[in-house]
Design a protein around this ligand. Structure first.
Ligand SMILES: Nc1ncnc2c1ncn2[C@@H]1O[C@H](COP(=O)(O)OP(=O)(O)O)[C@@H](O)[C@H]1O
Ligand SMILES: O=P(O)(O)O[C@H]1O[C@H](CO)[C@@H](O[C@H]2O[C@H](CO)[C@@H](O)[C@H](O)[C@H]2O)[C@H](O)[C@H]1O
Length: 455
């Protein structure tokens, strides 16, 4: 399409939460668009390829809606005006324009092919066709729309050839009817020139009346901070029973994943390769977060222990980015969401077999985050720091107890692999925070002091 449009996207995309190329300099941008709907409002979907000055390229999916006149009530979704043959066309973020969200589900129900996009329904009877969707406002790497409390549609913003693990795993877990996941209702693939098709979106059942784990855990921490003298097990908002049930739910999902998808015992080579990959990630992270320098020796020692002392571990498909923001508590128990893995990792890596301890470590990190995030404002308050530590230890322990009771395997014993996974996750978080929420960088940096000191 037009240069005017690519220029608009160049200005707009870096400010979007889902844009992963923050901090990188753009060398070039090209885009190609096709129509999702030609009736009012016209909706087009654009594949935007961004080339960076460091030589890397990324492809993003950007749906736009078009209006002949500026729409005041859509002002927060406005991107800019593009000159047409005889008038200006006004471009909006189509995910924030309710009327423009209807065609996604209409095409899914019809199993349509639209340009390079193929719509694959998985449960047509449960797809709420004809209704508009509301954008989910939480900060996230992708963009989700909720349709009438029935279904949630997730647009994968960064395209990579191959089936997205979120679709692959939800599809596989349909076979075990695991009660800790939200059933898949369909997905969309998009042809990628000279490569495997990429996954553009997925639709799954919306879990009604649920609260996410992050919100619940941080409310519990706030209750504790508000009590001058009481301990974590004495205040009303104690979270330990929930953490224990969350551990059991995680173990149940791991057991089903090992049953329906490939698994094999980890061999010595895998431990060596895993330690090496962590060390390589540390080197890359150092370029973004120079504060990691003081932890270098400690981290290298933690990783070296993984290669030196292999444990008995089953390699299998895992969640890959498990944290409190990825789990929902319902009246009947926990539901685990978003099996996409870490969005910044290449897709092929995210689909590799891994140790379930990777997920255990992710959740343990999240308990630290929940406990410490309020210290960002008052880093020098020793009473709060003590309380935070107490809350984290209690809930980490409860999670491990629940996991262990459900699986028969204590995931949190003295495991060099678990320690290394926690450290590796904290390194990843340092990069994530430096790019997205620099004022939170101190949270993972503080944890690194603990993880390397105890090694
Ligand atoms: N099936 C669902 N039911 C209810 N809410 C959901 C569901 N899936 C996701 N959500 C909500 O949307 C948010 C973002 O979804 P998620 O899949 O984690 O996206 P992302 O990959 O961008 O992190 C979650 O934190 C959750 O609050
Ligand atoms: O967008 P995703 O949910 O896939 O995950 C990314 O963003 C997360 C933050 O929203 C980030 O998680 C980190 O912060 C959480 C609190 O906001 C905390 O619970 C997690 O433990 C911590 O890792 C996640 O790492 C990132 O991939």
């Amino acid at each position: 399409m037009s240069t005017a449009l690519t220029e608009l996207l160049r200005d707009w995309m870096p400010h979007q939460r889902w844009f992963g190329g923050k901090g990188r300099e753009w060398a070039e941008v090209t885009e190609e668009g096709f129509f999702l709907s030609r009736t009012e409002p016209v909706v087009s979907v654009h594949r935007v390829r961004v080339g960076y000055t460091d030589g890397a390229t990324e492809t993003y999916l950007v749906p736009l809606s078009w209006r002949a006149h500026p729409e005041e009530e859509l002002s927060s979704a406005f991107i800019g005006a593009v000159p047409g043959a005889d008038r200006e066309n006004y471009a909006y973020d189509a995910m924030r324009d309710r009327d423009a969200t209807v065609p996604w589900l209409t095409h899914l129900v019809a199993a349509s092919t639209v340009g390079p996009m193929h719509f694959h329904p998985a449960g047509v009877a449960s797809i709420p066709d004809g209704a508009p969707g509301d954008i989910v406002s939480t900060e996230q790497s992708n963009t989700s729309l909720v349709y009438g409390q029935d279904a949630i549609f997730k647009l994968f913003r960064r395209l990579e050839p191959g089936l997205n693990p979120d679709v692959e795993i939800h599809d596989a877990l349909r076979r075990t009817e695991n009660k800790h996941i939200a059933p898949l209702l369909g997905h969309i693939e998009i042809d990628e020139p000279g490569a495997e098709p990429a996954t553009a979106a997925m639709l799954q059942t919306f879990v009604r009346g649920a609260s996410d784990g992050w919100r619940l855990a941080t409310a519990s921490v706030r209750d504790l901070y508000a009590e001058g003298d009481l301990h974590a097990d004495e205040v009303g908002g104690d979270f330990a029973a929930d953490s224990e049930r969350l551990g059991a739910a995680t173990a149940s999902v791991h057991a089903d994943l090992a049953q329906v998808l490939p698994s094999e015992p980890a061999d010595r080579e895998w431990f060596g390769a895993t330690a090496q990959a962590m060390a390589a990630r540390l080197e890359q992270a150092l370029a973004v977060v120079p504060q990691l320098e003081e932890h270098l020796a400690g981290l290298r020692a933690v990783y070296a222990r993984v290669a030196d002392s292999p444990e008995t571990v089953l390699r299998q498909r895992v969640h890959g980015d498990l944290h409190l923001g990825q789990v929902l508590r319902t009246a009947t128990g926990w539901v685990v969401l978003d099996f996409e893995g870490e969005p910044a990792r290449p897709l092929a890596e995210r689909r590799q077999l891994d140790s379930p301890l990777r997920d255990v470590a992710g959740m343990l990190r999240s308990f630290d985050y929940a406990a410490r995030h309020m210290l960002v404002e008052q880093p020098g308050d020793p009473q709060r720091a003590y309380r935070a530590q107490e809350w984290a230890v209690r809930n980490r322990g409860a999670f491990c107890t629940g996991y262990s009771a459900a699986s028969g395997m204590d995931p949190c014993g003295d495991s060099p692999l678990l320690r290394a996974f926690e450290a590796d996750k904290a390194v990843y978080e340092c990069v994530y925070e430096a790019r997205n929420r620099p004022h939170w960088l101190m949270i993972p940096l503080h944890s690194l002091s603990r993880l390397t000191a105890e090694a």
